[in-house]
Design a protein around this ligand. Structure first.
Ligand SMILES: NCCC[C@H](NC(=O)CCC(=O)O)C(=O)O
Length: 442
């Protein structure tokens, strides 16, 4: 048996709502204050996980965080009983209550950066929790993410979960959404490409309108923590002009798998040089670059064409897993169908309706964290989180029992919502054999 790539998807939490918290992420801004449907959101995610598991891909689930985050609100000076904290925050600072209630941990492409054991100096799988420093609602995810990842990748003989980098702008780190790994077989040493939005120690190109969330300093620190060899490591800057058009993470404009990079023509600074470098370092490297005159950056952002999952099929060809929005757009869909018919590396397309997540700027790729695992490492993962028919049924029933089908910002003060969340997560820790990972369980 060879090493394989597993996908771990974030399970959407009970407080999923549209709060407009992510300046630079245009869907988040556009859909602020729309009512959400947390139950549907969770089920849309579960359907994708189940479909990929049924197709033979190794698929796991990463649980939601406890929200509202009462401890975060207390840290900001809201006091009294938990119910009083909620009502005081709701009255005087609804935006902060929204941030403390965000279900944003669902986008696990931002949970951590992962390096397979074949690439690291000590032969372990390394995961560095992302500090998500650019946004308050996301920065609070880091400590809980570390606990959850340790409850899943719990065998320290095989896995090292590093705490997040220091919580300052200089080390802004958004995890695997700005990271690619190229190579042949998954179990062979690969070439890792870290993509950053700005280099905080050098004056240079930076976006003007929207923030660059990932820094070069953060990427370099993660590469050191993971003990990667400099010969198998590349750093590239994301094109600041596309960040200003709403490409807040690299996975909104590029996706890769094994020898293949699928990206927009305008994804990177000095793209020809980067592609030549990859050509030189990765045997069999192929780039499928989409020209602006076929799909504009704007359409790529609106359809999330590149926030897709590029998956290897048993015969070595590639499957692209896309959001429904890409099928709805004639220009994008025609381009994709042409590629499949052309006999190129892309052989199949699969579409999922992930609208609830898409309305907050999260497509198929945002919802998953890729972890390459050897057979021994697979054995060492907490087996209760791996998707199969039984877990799919159990989690759907769990969602039906606990989730609301409509939520607005005004509902977040409801103390009943806090209780519903704790009851649900208490049950989930048992279903997924996680131990007492949540603050309310301490
Ligand atoms: N990888 C996709 C991440 C999407 C996420 N959206 C949000 O947090 C929106 C939350 C809100 O506005 O309610 C983000 O921008 O980091």
């Amino acid at each position: 048996m060879k090493a394989t790539e597993a996908n771990f998807d974030g399970l959407v939490g009970l407080t999923h709502h549209y709060a407009g918290l992510s300046f630079g992420n245009e869907a988040s801004t556009r859909n602020q204050l729309q009512p959400s449907n947390p139950r549907l959101a969770a089920k849309q995610g579960l359907l994708k996980m189940k479909a990929l598991a049924d197709m033979g891909y190794l698929q796991g689930v990463i649980p939601p965080h406890e929200r509202p985050n009462i401890a975060a609100l207390r840290q900001l000076g809201f006091s009294g009983s938990d119910e009083q904290v909620l009502s005081r925050a709701g009255k005087t600072a609804p935006g902060l209550l929204s941030a403390a209630s965000s279900a944003s941990a669902m986008w696990v492409a931002n949970a951590a950066t992962v390096s397979p054991s074949a690439d690291s100096g000590d032969g372990r799988v390394h995961l560095t929790v992302a500090n998500l420093n650019n946004k308050f609602h996301r920065a609070m995810e880091a400590p809980e993410t570390a606990l959850l990842l340790r409850a899943i990748f719990r065998d320290s003989h095989h896995f090292t979960v590093h705490d997040a980098l220091p919580q300052v702008a200089m080390f802004g780190d958004e995890g695997a959404a700005n990271h690619n790994r190229f190579g042949g077989d998954y179990g062979e040493r690969g070439v890792q490409l870290f993509v950053y939005g700005r280099d905080s120690s050098h004056e240079g190109m930076a976006p003007q309108r929207y923030p660059a969330r990932q820094t070069r300093e953060a990427s370099e620190a993660v590469a050191r923590l993971h003990q990667l060899s400099p010969d198998h490591l590349l750093f590239a800057q994301q094109n600041p002009a596309v960040i200003d058009q709403g490409v807040f993470h690299n996975d909104v404009i590029a996706v890769s798998n094994q020898q293949m990079l699928f990206c927009h023509q305008h994804a990177f600074v000095d793209q020809p040089a980067l592609l030549a470098e990859l050509q030189a370092r990765v045997a069999g490297f192929v780039a499928l670059e989409v020209p602006e005159n076929r799909v504009s950056v704007k359409d790529a952002v609106n359809t999330y064409l590149f926030n897709s999952q590029l998956l290897s099929q048993p015969d070595g060809s590639m499957l692209l897993v896309l959001p429904e929005e890409s099928r709805q757009h004639t220009g994008v869909w025609d381009y994709l169908c042409e590629q499949v018919e052309s006999g190129g590396p892309l052989k199949a397309l699969k579409v999922f309706d992930l609208r609830e997540s898409m309305y907050n700027g999260g497509g198929p790729a945002c919802l998953r964290l890729r972890v390459v695992l050897t057979p021994q490492e697979q054995q060492a993962v907490n087996p209760a989180v791996m998707m199969n028919d039984r877990l799919f049924a159990t989690l759907n029933q769990w969602v039906d029992r606990h989730y609301r089908d409509r939520l607005t910002q005004a509902d977040l003060v409801d103390p009943q919502l806090l209780r519903e969340g704790r009851d649900a997560l208490d049950e989930l820790t048992k279903l997924l054999d996680l131990g007492n990972v949540y603050a309310f369980q301490q």
